[in-house]
Design a binder for this molecule. Structure first.
Ligand SMILES: *Cc1c(COP(=O)(O)O)cnc(C)c1O
Length: 413
């Protein structure tokens, strides 16, 4: 089998190189340069099995290996990632690290599915769930201290997501991680929004990184997958055992598509981030928009932290409008943007988050989340602008007439 254990030395290579070069089959004469999809559920056994043998496809699959190697290299883990059938499948495995009777601290604006999953487990008595404002460092530290007084080492998990979805609050990851470790807690960071192109949480000391591969990593809105990454081989063993026993395993075809998508991650992120910054700056001045949430804006509460920790400001922009009818009218009026949930694909998506019942009530009703794709930035602006005018009535047409922008105006921001 020529699909596993590549021969590339990863050290010293930049992330944009790794997206292309990591996770290749070994350089053997006539071997394919891209991995084949292996659909077989079972493997030849010519001797008694030993640990590490494939044996059966719930345990491992040759099509997973190159993706896991590439993502492990991108997150600078020193170990291959673990791919799961979905981001929430990966979240369930990560939460399994909390012992029964322990506690989990989560951002109140973490991804709604992650909070719902943790709340469900808490309702079953698995652990106690505390939610915090993750941008309020002192508040999170106080919560960790209070829990440390009641729980033993290893019983508490701090769950980080930064920026949060969809509020785009930025946590001080290194400070929170150090403080959590000092109280004996384990730290998980959902890095779906940033991707390893923008931030590598393991370098801030985080124990386990989570990805919804469905979003930016796969990048084409045609795959549901998740992943966990850790530098700790004992933790990786436990997470692998959970995946194999609980069965949230990925289909080989999906993982092949995800690796194909990963090859262009750096380019897609570069374009999405540049366009997001361009749109955010124009939206700030738009008379219909009450508030723009984007860490790339100098006035954003998360700007200083994002600039200090991250290599970019991401491709998601959230805007707040006057009321729900205006927000719904905006989403209904776009022609190029796609009114749909999810994020991180090549196509730009727009949605009012609170229309989903699971969304936390502290997310403003009239908040609209924009996932910026890779279309022409001026086309995206023109469509948003016409939809904003339509949503707010014709009287604004004159107020905004003549307000245009070009991408290059903002490229240096
Ligand atoms: C979508 C998402 C998830 C869940 O991933 P699925 O692949 O949909 O199961 C987790 N975290 C964040 C930040 C997400 O956006």
């Amino acid at each position: 089998m020529t699909t596993s254990r590549e021969d590339l030395p990863h050290t010293g290579l930049a992330p944009d190189t790794l997206t292309v070069a990591a996770g290749r089959p070994p350089r053997e004469h006539d071997a394919p340069v891209n991995v084949p999809i292996v659909l077989s559920t079972t493997y030849h056994e010519t001797r008694a099995p030993v640990p590490g043998d494939r044996i059966y496809a719930r345990g491992s699959n040759p099509t997973w290996d190159p993706f896991e190697e590439a993502l492990g290299a991108l997150e600078a883990a020193g170990l291959p990632a673990l791919v799961f059938s979905s981001g929430l499948g990966a979240a369930a495995a990560a939460l399994s690290l909390v012992p029964t009777g322990g506690a989990v601290v989560m951002p109140r604006h973490a991804y709604a599915g992650s909070i719902s999953l943790a709340a469900d487990l808490a309702a079953q008595g698995r652990f106690e769930l505390r939610t915090v404002d993750v941008a309020d460092t002192a508040g999170v530290l106080a919560e960790l201290d209070a829990l440390a007084a009641r729980f033993d080492e290893g019983q508490v998990m701090l769950w980080l997501e930064s920026p949060t979805n969809p509020m785009l609050e930025v946590a001080d990851l290194a400070v929170l991680t150090d403080a959590a470790h000092a109280t004996g807690a384990i730290v998980v960071a959902d890095n779906t929004f940033n991707t390893p192109i923008v931030h590598r949480p393991l370098e801030s000391g985080v124990d386990v990184v989570l990805h919804s591969v469905t979003k930016w990593l796969a990048g084409h809105s045609d795959v549901v997958l998740g992943a966990l990454v850790t530098s700790d081989s004992a933790l990786r063993e436990r997470l692998l055992a959970h995946r194999t026993l609980h069965g949230a395993v990925a289909g080989p075809f999906e993982v092949w598509l995800a690796l194909r998508g990963l090859r262009t991650l750096a380019l897609r992120m570069e374009r999405s981030q540049a366009t997001a910054a361009f749109l955010a700056h124009l939206l700030v001045d738009h008379p219909v928009v009450r508030r723009v949430r984007y860490p790339g804006l100098p006035a954003d509460p998360g700007h200083e932290r994002a600039a200090r920790q991250f290599k970019g400001f991401g491709g998601i922009v959230s805007i707040e409008l006057d009321d729900v009818p205006t927000a719904d009218a905006l989403v209904a009026a776009v022609r190029l943007w796609l009114p749909a949930t999810s994020l991180g694909g090549v196509e730009s998506l727009i949605e009012r988050r609170r229309r989903q019942p699971a969304e936390p009530k502290t997310v403003p009703e009239a908040l609209v989340r924009l996932s910026v794709g890779i279309e022409n930035p001026e086309d995206l602006w023109a469509d948003l602008d016409q939809a904003l005018r339509q949503a707010s009535g014709d009287q604004l047409a004159s107020a905004t007439a003549g307000k245009t922008g070009t991408l290059t105006d903002w490229m240096t921001d």
